[in-house]
Design a protein around this ligand. Structure first.
Ligand code: C2O
Ligand code: CU
Length: 476
């Protein structure tokens, strides 16, 4: 989509950092948080305020910081005009708190939360408590809306935020920390003349009808790149190492990140759901929707005064630029990237007890064009994949066009790509999302630890997800 509002000059708006949310209370086992989802005005394009739907009215939402193994409970109140569902992406979460697409919080200011089990889903009125045990290693997770058929438009309006998990093993590493540990949420948007978000108007009833544009079918792209909600922002940095927690929160856009000038590299220390065993160096970093990379950039590679642009080599025009770092001053640096990071267990092919074929393709449903998995569109009531808790499986995934595969609750490692089976350097570590290029066979090793219950797996191109490219995962 092409913006109609006059856009700011790139690298003029300072990079915002989402505020860290304070718990409403804590006890011996649990930190309790409260979030109100509501409309608010945000000045994203200077001089043309945008109405966002935000967690606490913010876009990005406030960052939640949890301790591994300590319970986090978040009470979400819905003061938006539409139902919502909240998913903690990358979390190992009991099914009732996972944000299953039909587990809705209906709008309703005030009133106490009460839940009933409808025909489809656990429906709450006004509010819901999500309980996160976070029995998992330190990682960069994020939370976002997951309402069935409407995830794309609701995330586009602003319903996304960071949820970081810390643990002792990660804390003991000498990586950059404090204000040198910076979350960067990258996403694209488009803006109407009055500054409001532009999104194709399409109702699910119209999906696959002539009313659906090619643009919607492919996934919605914007011409403005936002980082932490600001267009092409600029950040002043010391000439030291920084740790960046990169998240691609775009509905459909993939990026290939590069530094210009390229004196420094991306030293990857973490993947979607945890730190790596050893760092991996990249000149360029591909990042698909919903993926996270934790990287260290050492700005001592640049003389003070250098402007370093974070580029997107897949973009053109405005979408070729992401943000800029201005190396502003000399500073002392106590951080380093050790050659061993955390204990990492590499899964082997022989640990798998079964193999499944998963095909992501365009298909038809009732004569309408849809996106399907193994030829089927999503049906909350149908069993698709049944996996045993405690086991490991090989999923062989093939796609017609690029689709980012995401699995809830279970984490995986990339086993092989293409006919030669070689994985990419950026495939390292534990993942919950990965990009599957067209017609390349990708094998992943999925490990089912955590909880029993009904979860989903789906394409994380949000328009594809809304066009029903999703299946049930029953962990038994
Ligand atoms: Cu990030 Cu099922 O979602
Ligand atoms: Cu897709």
């Amino acid at each position: 989509m092409t913006s109609k509002v006059p856009l700011p000059k790139p690298f003029t708006v300072p990079l915002p950092i989402p505020p860290v949310l304070k718990p409403a209370r804590t006890d011996g086992t649990t930190d309790f948080y409260e979030i109100v989802q509501k409309p608010a005005r945000a000045e994203i394009i200077p001089g043309s305020p945008t109405q966002v739907w935000g967690y606490n009215g913010l876009f990005p939402g406030p960052t939640i910081v949890s301790r591994s193994g300590r319970r986090t409970q978040v009470r979400h109140r819905n003061e938006l005009p539409v139902p919502v569902a909240v998913h903690l992406h990358g979390g190992k979460t009991p099914a009732e708190s996972d944000g299953y697409p039909t587990d809705l919080i209906l709008p309703g200011g005030g009133g106490a939360s009460h839940q009933h089990h409808g025909a489809t889903g656990r429906v709450s009125k006004g509010a819901k408590d999500y309980v996160y045990p976070l029995d998992q290693p330190a990682a960069t997770l994020w939370y976002h809306d997951h309402r069935m058929d409407f995830t794309g438009p609701q995330v586009w309006r602003g319903l996304a935020g960071f949820h970081l998990v810390h643990d002792d093993e990660a804390d003991a590493l000498p990586l950059p920390q404090g204000d040198h540990d910076v979350p960067l949420m990258i996403c694209d948007r488009a803006f109407d003349e009055d500054g409001s978000f532009l999104y194709p108007s399409v109702s699910p009833d119209l999906q696959g009808e002539p009313g659906v544009t090619e643009e919607y079918m492919e996934g919605v792209l914007g011409d403005v790149i936002l980082v932490n909600g600001a267009p092409w922002p600029v950040m002043e940095v010391d000439n030291t190492r920084y740790r960046f927690r990169l998240l691609n929160a775009s509905n459909a856009r993939r990026y290939q990140l590069a530094l210009d000038p390229p004196a420094a590299e991306f030293v990857q220390v973490g993947s979607d759901v945890g730190l790596l065993g050893a760092p991996v160096r990249h000149d360029e970093l591909p990042i698909a929707p919903a993926e996270r990379f934790e990287v260290v950039i050492d700005f001592s590679a640049y003389p003070v005064g250098t402007q370093v642009t974070l580029k997107n080599t897949l973009g053109d025009g405005g979408t070729a630029d992401v943000m800029r770092f201005r190396v502003a001053r000399k500073a002392k640096d106590d951080s380093r990237v050790p050659s061993r990071l955390v204990e990492f267990e590499r899964l082997s092919r022989s640990s798998a007890t079964r193999t499944r074929q998963v095909n992501f393709t365009q298909g038809a449903n009732d004569g309408r064009v849809m996106w399907t998995i193994n030829g089927k569109v999503f049906d909350p009531d149908r069993a698709d994949v049944e996996s045993k808790l405690g086991t490991t499986e090989i999923w062989r995934v093939v796609t017609d066009v690029h689709h980012p595969l995401h699995i809830h609750m279970a984490h995986f490692q990339v086993l092989s790509r293409g006919s030669e089976g070689r994985v990419r350097p950026s495939d390292a570590g534990w993942k919950d999302t990965m990009d599957i290029p067209d017609s390349e066979l990708v094998e992943v090793l999925v490990r089912f630890t955590g909880y029993r219950g009904r979860y989903v797996f789906h394409c994380h191109n949000l328009e594809h997800e809304d066009m029903m490219m999703m299946g049930n995962l029953d962990v038994m």
